[in-house]
Write a protein that binds this ligand. Structure first.
Ligand code: ADP
Ligand code: MG
Length: 340
């Protein structure tokens, strides 16, 4: 028997999409922080409990959402950041797909409080599984607070796959560290189970952000990087030969302020350190790439962690050669110098 073709309803579509965007609590934290960054916040506070499974609260002092648009922000494909596909070529926001709030809301219980500069009073909206259950005026300062409770309460299969609170907390902490380093002009505060884990100065100094997150041993062993080429500028810091790691968790790469996981760039960095740190060890790096948005595609995956470059070979060679040059030109620590 041939089955009839159904057009899926909004509720079903959102739950399916949530499977891609909201994999675990740290994906919620990433999307919400990115929204706060896009709202021009200068201060973002993140509070979690029990690995974010039952409670995540993000508070920002950004521009807020006008009361009449609050419902709309939870609709799929509703975004204030682009209006046509060409806008992707001059994108200067982290979001553009308009699906994070819809996806998160469809698999959790949400309270959102927001107020813009032009409003006398704020707005509170509550949703459960994507359905609006209440909207009311509320006193609030300018900015947005969003509380996400009971993640995956209505998708038990997904809930079962969550790791222990400790493992989920590690993933959240790592995501916050990456976003705080990438946005060092913003003050981040991170509270886990009522304990302050992190505050960054937000004083527009990358090195100060690195010091507040990873400590002075790392901050004191960095080599500044400044690479200018026709299509690409790279600034930031790389570790000298005394501070390598067994894994890649301290490799930070940002493209136009977006934290990305780029195998291409990490491989180029690995090649650049060959002979300088032991094989199978991983360098520490904090690199900001500035590239013409026309030369990249940020829309290859819903989580936007991957990115595609127009000229991969050029980028690979540039990074490998220039980082290697910077390493060889810097004073490496003799006791760690390798004999090969
Ligand atoms: P996107 O970020 O891709 O636009 P989202 O679903 O994450 O999509 O958010 C939808 C819209 O809600 C945003 O475009 C923005 O207008 C608004 N919004 C969400 N979070 C915030 C925030 N923290 N401050 C101000 N506006 C926000
Ligand atoms: Mg967003």
């Amino acid at each position: 028997m041939i089955k009839k073709i159904n057009l899926l309803d909004e509720y079903t579509v959102n739950k399916i999409a949530a499977g891609e965007v909201v994999e675990r609590p740290s994906s919620v934290v990433k999307e919400l922080i990115e929204n706060s960054i896009d709202a021009n916040s200068s201060k973002i506070t993140i509070e979690i409990q029990d690995g974010g499974k039952n409670f995540i609260r993000i508070t920002d002092n950004g521009h807020g959402i006008p009361s009449e648009e609050v419902e709309k922000s939870f609709l799929r494909h509703a975004t204030s950041k682009i209006s046509k596909i060409d806008d992707l070529y001059s994108l200067n926001s982290l979001g553009f797909r308009g699906e994070a709030l819809a996806s998160i809301a469809s698999v959790s219980k949400i309270d959102l409080i927001t107020k813009t500069n032009n409003e006398r009073i704020g707005t509170k909206i509550c949703l459960e599984g994507g359905n609006i259950i209440n909207k009311e005026p509320i006193g609030s300062s300018v900015g947005t607070t969003i509380i996400v409770k009971d993640l995956f309460f209505n998708t038990p299969a997904r809930k079962k796959f969550l790791k222990s609170s400790t493992a989920e907390t590690i993933s959240i902490t790592d995501m916050i560290n990456k976003l705080a380093i990438g946005n060092y002009s913003i003050q981040f505060k991170y509270i886990n189970n009522n304990k302050i884990m992190l505050t960054t100065p937000g004083d527009n100094s990358l090195q100060n952000a690195i010091r507040s997150i990873y400590g002075k041993n790392i901050a004191n062993n960095l080599i500044p990087i400044s690479i200018n080429s026709e299509h690409l500028n790279i600034t930031g810091f790389i570790g000298n030969n005394s501070i390598y790691r067994n894994n890649k968790t301290l490799q930070h790469v940002y493209v136009n302020k977006r934290y990305v996981k780029s195998k291409l760039i990490l491989n180029a960095i690995y090649e650049a350190y060959k002979g300088i740190i032991p094989i199978n060890k991983h360098a520490i790096c904090f690199l900001n790439l500035e590239i013409n948005p026309k030369k990249i595609d940020v829309n290859i995956h819903p989580t936007k962690l991957e990115i595609k470059f127009e000229d991969e070979q050029y980028i690979f060679n540039l990074i490998k050669n220039e980082i290697n040059k910077s390493l060889l030109n810097s004073t490496l620590i003799p006791e760690y110098q390798r004999q090969n």
